[in-house]
Design a protein around this ligand. Structure first.
Ligand SMILES: NC(=O)c1ccc[n+]([C@@H]2O[C@H](COP(=O)([O-])OP(=O)(O)OC[C@H]3O[C@@H](n4cnc5c(N)ncnc54)[C@H](OP(=O)(O)O)[C@@H]3O)[C@@H](O)[C@H]2O)c1
Length: 313
């Protein structure tokens, strides 16, 4: 099968197309013929940061990137009970771990998949994996109806799903992004948009119950200032907080913690329901061919992506 392999951690030029053996599904695994793949900033981070690649994939090289798949079941291990050949499925395979989805076929635990809804394409389904799983796992246990919440980077992959999920949970949503994406985030249901280039949200907001942080230490420090006592901040981009940041949170009675998304077929089934009833609408801003992985990585690296990017096999 055709796959994109990475012999050495580094730039996009290190991503190489190669014919390799098709994986054989283990007892509880499903072999998926990949039809579309979702791309994420973590693809770029693992491609270019050796310690992160080691932490997620171990020392084995070459490695195959990719976690977000939509496709068709080709074969199943003997212990698989939920899926059969021919089923259309989607999910985030093996995260955090060796995803290996940048390939024509991927073997993935059945517990990481859900059946694809009938009303979305493979490209849309592939977009509805890591990013909305992160938003769901961050907010579902912490956000309740009537909460005032702040979602950073509402126009991005995670942010645009987070706005929709937060509105579904009944929250009042303020979100940040630049002015060019204002209409997009307001169209997703946001109640208030703040242009981070010309406005200082830390001077405009107060009494925030929950802040979803996906930028950096500076924005976390600013978010701490606008929280209600007892409010919660979840960070998905900064995982180790400097002492002064943790102290600032403690002084204001704010609960600051981080989250790493986990593969979950159960949560994929929740997303499937939200896609079916129209609660969740993925925005795929560009579909690349499998041959255009370098262009897709460069676009993610720009930091200007609106919604999701997908590669089609
Ligand atoms: N821990 C986890 O499990 C987990 C899971 C998913 C993602 N993440 C991390 O979360 C981060 C976001 O991921 P993503 O997929 O949403 O990224 P993304 O799609 O690449 O985000 C791009 C968006 O960010 C906006 N943006 C950039 N700088 C901004 C700023 N200073 N203020 C407000 N908005 C800004 C941009 O809007 P403008 O063009 O308008 O500026 C753009 O639309 C990444 O670091 C990713 O690795 C972590």
């Amino acid at each position: 099968m055709k796959a994109i392999i990475l012999e050495q951690i580094g730039g996009v030029d290190n991503l190489m197309y190669k014919e390799i053996d098709q994986p054989v599904p283990k007892e509880n695994e499903v072999l998926v013929e990949v039809k579309a793949l979702g791309l994420n900033p973590v693809d770029i981070k693992v491609r270019s940061i050796e310690p992160l690649a080691d932490a997620i994939y171990g020392k084995d090289r070459p490695l195959i990137l990719g976690w977000d798949v939509a496709g068709v079941v080709k074969a199943t291990g003997a212990g698989v009970s939920k899926f059969a050949p021919g089923d259309k499925v989607f999910g985030m395979t093996n995260f955090p771990g060796a995803g290996k989805a940048y390939a024509e076929y991927v073997a993935t635990p059945e517990s990481h998949l859900a059946k694809m809804p009938e009303n979305v394409s493979f490209e849309q389904a592939a977009a509805c994996t890591l990013a909305p799983l992160t938003a769901l796992q961050a907010m579902k246990p912490r956000v309740k109806s009537g909460d005032k919440i702040l979602i950073q980077a509402g126009s991005g992959g995670v942010g645009h799903f987070a706005i929709q999920i937060a509105k579904h949970l009944g929250a009042h949503v303020t979100t940040t992004c630049s002015a060019k994406n204002r209409e997009f985030v307001m169209g997703l249901g946001a109640d208030q948009h703040i242009d981070y280039k010309t406005q200082a949200y830390e001077e405009m907001l107060s009494d925030i119950d929950f802040a979803f942080e996906m930028l950096d230490e500076t924005t976390i420090a600013n978010s701490i200032k606008v929280m209600k006592e007892g409010g919660k901040i979840i960070s998905i981009a900064v995982h180790e907080f400097p002492e002064e940041l943790q102290a600032a949170a403690t002084n204001r009675g704010v609960n600051l913690s981080n989250l790493l998304v986990q593969s979950s077929g159960e949560d994929m089934n929740t997303l499937r329901g939200m896609l079916e009833d129209g609660t969740l609408k993925p925005h795929v801003s560009k579909v690349y061919d499998f041959s255009e992985v370098a262009e897709a990585h460069n676009q993610i690296e720009s930091g200007r992506t609106v919604g999701k990017l997908v590669m089609r096999m």
